[in-house]
Write a protein that binds this ligand. Structure first.
Ligand SMILES: NC(=O)C1=CN([C@@H]2O[C@H](COP(=O)(O)OP(=O)(O)OC[C@H]3O[C@@H](n4cnc5c(N)ncnc54)[C@H](OP(=O)(O)O)[C@@H]3O)[C@@H](O)[C@H]2O)C=CC1
Ligand SMILES: [Cu+2]
Length: 403
């Protein structure tokens, strides 16, 4: 588990901190549309000391009290005229052409497109690119589309602080970045307007970076489970008629899980070694890795967290072992046989030691793995210095020797 970002887009440079051209309170931002997104954004901006004018097709239809008192309501054109530079389009993209009537007013303004794609891999050009074509005299910046109206309103505490921005205009992008920063977000430069194709489909993708690791973990589990089934249940049954099929539900998963955890952990560290080896072999580090390796490197954190999940499940399963009826039965049976055989003190020194050491190693390994998992979370990783982070990551790797 390393500090890798989960998407190539997130690798974009942070937008540089410009000297504030428009300080707090001095700028007026126009928002076109009076729907959910518009309202949430207006509330947020007002709270951050930015003056807001909302442009609606019909101001009278807006319910009183929907927007904070500080927000000025106006016609679409009126709002655009009042805005110094930034005009946020809180409308659905199919309504962009309806703005052609106020094209002259929009000229020279920065249009912030917050829309999302309707389906994956639909058109060739994105909403933002189409907008730029409709309004060639305006600057188009794509952004905020991965932020929900809810996040805008409740603040930025709940994780999603990043605002991905893209535009062909560096200046426009940095103006929007400033606004995002003012609202407490973390603007990230995702490149030129072509990148909007990726940005717009992001909210539609369900855990994109988790799919591969989940599949790998599932297949690994299936493999170890099937192997355990063949070796410990089916073959003894066929060879000696020994019926151990009651182990299918708890004992067998419990034996498969640590194997999956270990292999997943190995898969976390393997691509780094492969990458280093490839760089040495090529004699340069300024060449791109093959796609499969790139994808693998980017998904190390997910693999590691899934490995951690398996290890944690293994711990819980192991704690349940003594609760099984089968265990109780075996215990009573052993006691009975012992009484029958007249044995008084069956203390097995090496067996006792082995079981204690085994459990102790398991607990330690899980503890270290937890540390690794926790420090790989961005919120925790951020409070560690780079040296501290690598120290934890490298040392945990060296001590993972469980089972
Ligand atoms: N809601 C969310 O959580 C998020 C929304 N977005 C994006 O924000 C944009 C707006 O979403 P949202 O606020 O939820 O949508 P709503 O349906 O709530 O609001 C859309 C607004 O568009 C305005 N509008 C302008 N022209 C037209 C027209 N011709 N026909 C109908 N409506 C028109 C209307 O305002 P009026 O009548 O005042 O003109 C209407 O209130 C979308 O592109 C969406 O993808 C992005 C991220 C999150
Ligand atoms: Cu174990």
């Amino acid at each position: 588990m390393s500090d890798e970002m989960s998407s190539p887009l997130l690798l974009g440079a942070e937008v540089p901190d410009d000297p504030p051209a428009m300080a707090r309170g001095q700028q007026t931002v126009a928002i076109l549309g009076s729907g959910d997104f518009s309202r949430s954004l207006a509330v947020r901006l007002v709270a951050c000391g930015v003056s807001v004018v909302v442009g609606s097709r019909c101001v009278k239809r807006i319910a009183p009290g929907l927007f904070p008192d500080a927000v000025e309501l106006s016609s679409q054109e009126g709002a655009v005229v009042k805005a110094q530079r930034l005009v946020v389009l809180a409308l659905f993209p199919e309504h962009y052409p309806s703005l052609l009537g106020i094209r002259a007013a929009l000229a020279g303004k920065v249009l912030v497109d917050v829309s999302n794609a309707m389906e994956l891999g639909s058109g060739v050009s994105s909403n933002a690119e189409q907008l730029a074509e409709l309004f060639p005299e305006s600057v188009v910046v794509k952004g905020f589309n991965v932020i929900s109206a809810w996040t805008l309103q409740t603040g930025t505490q709940d994780g999603s602080r990043q605002v991905l921005l893209c535009s062909d205009s560096v200046e426009g992008k940095s103006e929007v970045a400033q606004l995002a920063r003012l609202m407490g977000f973390h603007p990230v430069d995702s490149g030129d307007l072509r990148q909007s194709r990726v940005l717009e489909t992001m909210p539609l993708r369900l855990f994109p970076s988790w799919r591969g690791p989940l599949l790998a973990t599932f297949l690994l589990f299936l493999f170890f489970y099937a192997y355990g089934f063949l070796r410990d249940l089916l073959l003894p049954y066929l060879a000696h008629g020994r019926d151990g099929f009651h182990r299918l539900a708890l004992a067998l998963p419990n034996e498969s899980l640590p194997n999956v955890a270990l292999v997943a952990l190995a898969l976390v560290y393997l691509p780094g070694l492969l990458a280093a080896w490839l760089q040495l072999w090529r004699g340069t580090k300024y060449q791109r890795f093959p796609r499969w390796l790139d994808g693998w490197l980017l998904r190390r954190k997910q693999l590691g967290l899934l490995g951690f999940l398996c290890a944690a499940l293994h711990a819980v399963y192991s704690l349940c072992l003594p609760l099984r009826t089968a265990t109780r039965h075996r215990l009573i049976n052993a006691a009975y046989s012992q009484v029958k055989a007249g044995v008084e003190e069956p203390w097995d020194e090496s067996g006792v030691w082995r079981s204690d050491l085994y459990l102790s190693c398991g607990v330690l390994a899980l503890g270290i793995l937890s540390l690794l998992a926790i420090t790989s979370l961005p919120t925790v990783g951020n409070v560690l210095t780079w040296r501290e982070f690598t120290f934890v990551q490298a040392n945990s790797r060296n001590t993972q020797t469980h089972t």
